[in-house]
Ligand binder design. Structure first.
Ligand code: SAM
Length: 286
């Protein structure tokens, strides 16, 4: 461990005042003001000094410093120019040795390259874009092998849900394309400034050793997942009828070829079954 000083509530207020930052909902700006919480996130992510971590939305640096405290290096992607431009100075002031932090001012939804070749993701995600940002990172940076993110409780439960669960949905099936997801703890609202009106959880993931399929197959599978969950109460032979030949009968034939019960609903299928449907559709077309 390096001797890095973490930020407390008064540091956060002072930095925000200095930068003239009033946290905005639009950018999901709820800053963690509690050192125990950021250490808990880093601990859940099992970060060590051998790790190259990418952090999405470092904000004023609460979590960034806790990651750096382990000796890991950090690449931080922040969309807010005022926050991005202050982070390097904050790290130096709090005792972080030079060369361990790279700050990229960019929208995490569209970032295509990351300096530092990170292999671990740790973030307190901006809540309004947490799922698309996560899926973008899983897709664009296959070197990311594991991570822990803090998200709104409902989103976290959905990401970690298994087929058959009430909260299993399109994000659950899409996330499972990349690997396994688990709930990794809860976080009190009181550790944020401003205090949000939703609960938060930690979600951990491990990327699967092998991708489930090609990029073409992933796109086709995600399309079927979207269609199945747009009408989640309907049986698949109805929800997918337009896509699978134009009628419930033609859809049933494709579903049977894919080894899927035509009367099943999307909420009971794992991502491998969605992929089989996408492959059966492609077979039929080709
Ligand atoms: N990590 C800090 C903490 O824990 O205190 C801040 C977390 S705050 C929930 C989310 C952060 O993400 C904010 O700093 C916000 O400016 C940033 N952000 C929001 N949308 C973003 C985007 N599309 N790309 C990158 N950063 C974003």
């Amino acid at each position: 461990m390096t001797s890095v000083r973490l930020l407390g509530a008064s540091d956060i207020r002072r930095l925000a005042a200095e930068l003239d930052v009033t946290p905005t909902k639009k950018l999901g700006q709820n800053f963690v003001v509690d050192a125990n919480t950021v250490r808990k996130i880093v601990h859940a992510a099992r970060v060590t000094d051998a790790d190259r971590v990418v952090e999405i939305g470092p904000g004023l640096g609460s979590l960034t410093l806790a990651i750096l405290e382990t000796g890991a290096s950090v690449t931080a992607i922040e969309i807010d120019a005022r926050l991005a431009s202050r982070l390097g100075q904050t790290a130096r002031e709090q005792g972080v040795p030079d060369g361990r932090l790279a700050v990229v001012e960019h929208d995490a939804m569209t970032v295509a390259e990351l300096p530092g070749d990170p292999d671990v993701l740790v973030a307190n995600l901006p809540y309004n874009v947490s799922v698309p940002v996560l899926l973008h990172f899983m897709e664009t940076f296959p070197r990311l092998s594991r991570g822990v993110v803090m998200v709104q409780a409902e989103v976290g439960e959905r990401l970690a849900a298994a087929p058959g669960s009430k909260v299993y949905g399109a994000p659950s099936a899409k996330a499972a394309w990349y690997g396994s997801w688990r709930l990794a703890g809860t976080v009190s609202r009181q550790v944020f400034w401003p205090v949000p009106n939703v609960d938060s959880v930690l979600v951990g993931f491990e990327r699967a050793d092998e991708p489930l399929g090609s990029e073409e197959e992933r796109i086709a599978t995600f399309h079927i997942i979207d269609l199945a969950f747009q009408q989640r109460r309907k049986m698949l032979r109805q929800a997918l009828s337009r896509e699978l030949g134009g009628s419930a009968a033609s859809a049933s034939a494709v579903l049977e070829r894919a080894g899927v019960e035509p009367t099943a609903r999307g909420e009971s299928l794992d991502v491998a079954a969605f992929r089989r449907i996408a492959l059966a559709v492609a077979d039929q077309a080709g």
